[in-house]
Design a protein around this ligand. Sequence first.
Ligand code: HSE
Length: 311
Amino acid sequence: MEKIRVYAPATVANVACGFDIFGFAVNRPGDEIVLEKRTEPGISIIEITGDDGRLPKEVAKNTAGIAIQKYLAHIGREDQGFNLSLHKDMPLGSGLGSSAASAVAGVFAANELMGKPLTQKELLPFAMEGERVACGSAHADNVGPSLLGGFIIIRSYDPLDIIQIATPLDLYASIVHPHIEVNTKDARGILDKEISLSTTITQMGNVAGLVAGLMLPDYSLIGRSLVDVIIEPSRAILIPQFAEVKAAALQAGALGCSISGSGPSLFALSKGEETAKQVAEAMRDQFALVGIGSDIFVSPINQQGPMILPN
Ligand code: HSE
């Protein structure tokens, strides 16, 4: 194969209580990459669309570019060159794993064109390098689910230990993306570096409860566990109307609601697609009340990760 078109999905990281350790993928939005082999070595980013000209075409600064570069170095094939086009079908700085989706689409596409020397899971460290470039931290809670699909637990970063767990079929995510931007680096910078023992115990209870709730499955337990006493209180101030939008989601029937990744998007989980649609609309209406425009997305948990599209 000489050329491939790949779509990688957006993701909800943290999932309330699991800062840097939980994430799940949704069906859309997402990013698309077209990667083509060429005879000269090196990677050229020939086109980026959908980013209003904001993303760097310099390979070392581009999440997809750096991920592919690190991958080629790892498999000892830096002689292989590529032309890359990136189409962003999702907002930047939205808390939906935009940088991760690009990195995942890029490294997945490269591995396919190289004849799949690595398994999908083995591609993770290279996609994580994209995150390091994008926000200074190589967290895996966006790249993990975008690459593998499903609900992902990062049990350990060193050594990397990733677990994918089953989720109930009737579990739907509602996402609202208000038209404001939050920079992940800034949103990480404002976090408290120390937490008390009692706060830790509360959070650990919710982490364990959420995993159990998803696996049993027990929707009420999922709802009770979608509580974040560590990160959400600090980051909520970055999102106007956060408390009101969350209240609107719960009022509309959501099991729980919190910030998606580093925000400003919010996500909610619900039982059933109809409820999830009503929840998304309630969140959008609440932002609209104070003049903030937003986009909404409703999706089951995406189980597939990246997809090869027809060229
Ligand atoms: N876990 C990360 C954070 C996800 O919340 O900072 C952001 O992409």
